[in-house]
Design a protein around this ligand. Structure first.
Ligand code: SF4
Ligand code: SF4
Length: 244
């Protein structure tokens, strides 16, 4: 652990929104109704507001914590929250637990404590442009395969790649490319049936998920989002269509 870096990261998480939400949480527990963790296992630790405890403690202790504390923070911030935002719909103050969980995760990231599964997905995303490590060749082959299948049903169907000046750049969840190519078939069918002027990109900007954001790694999140934007700008599209 590096307490200096932790305190620095903590100081960077002191914006007005974070402070306000941390202060106004009334501990009323209404958010519990919205959380699937609480609904399936109604323990106090599964009340969404409980996820604020590590951050609140860290602020109170001004970053002077030990490894065991950080492990609790990691378990709480990563282990029992999918950052789905449902709880916010039930909070009378509209507090975004997901926003605060992401801020908490960034503190774990500052100590190199990103859980292994997320860290390897993030490494894939940075290297290959998608969190499942699909190569450009595999991606293009899958698109061509599904287009061929679709053309048996819709002979005029297209799946343009790197079409300059298209209206829309479509992106995908890597899971659909690697494990559920029939979903890609359905997307292409829908876009063609709708007469959408779309294109795909062969650049490292087709992954619509942002595992950096989910992991709480702000620089990586910015890098990944930037790649999607750059792909759209290079092709001159007006809209980028994201999946999940
Ligand atoms: S509903 Fe809102 S105010 Fe109440 S405990 Fe949950 S986050 Fe806090
Ligand atoms: S954001 Fe987290 S705490 Fe809120 S409902 Fe989703 S999983 Fe539960």
């Amino acid at each position: 652990m590096d307490l200096g870096i932790l305190k620095q990261a903590l100081a960077g998480k002191s914006g007005a929104r974070l402070k306000l939400w941390m202060e106004i949480c009334a501990r009323c527990g209404l958010c519990a109704q919205g959380c699937h963790f609480f609904q399936s296992d109604p323990r106090p630790e599964h009340v969404p507001a409980y996820r604020l405890k590590p951050l609140a403690e860290l602020i109170r202790k001004k970053g002077d914590v030990d490894e065991a504390f950080m492990q609790w923070l990691v378990d709480t911030a990563y282990g029992t929250c999918t950052m789905c935002q449902r709880c916010t719909m039930f909070c009378p103050h509209g507090i975004s637990i997901a926003f605060l969980v992401r801020a908490t995760r960034a503190l774990a990231v500052s100590q190199g404590m990103t859980p292994q599964g997320l860290a390897s997905g993030l490494a894939n995303a940075l290297e290959f442009g998608n969190n499942l490590g699909i190569t450009e060749e595999e991606y293009i082959e899958t698109v061509e395969w599904q287009l061929e299948e679709l053309q048996a049903e819709m002979p005029d169907a297209v799946a343009p790649i790197d079409k300059k000046g298209a209206e829309v750049l479509v992106t995908f969840h890597p899971r659909d490319i690697k494990f559920y190519p029939q979903n890609l078939y359905c997307y292409l069918k829908l876009y063609n049936a709708a007469g959408l002027d779309f294109t795909l990109t062969s650049a490292k900007g087709w992954d619509s998920t942002n595992i950096g954001l989910f992991a709480g790694d702000d620089p990586a999140a910015a890098e990944l989002a930037g790649r999607v934007v750059a792909a759209g700008e290079n092709l001159g599209v007006r809209t980028i269509l994201t999946a999940e």
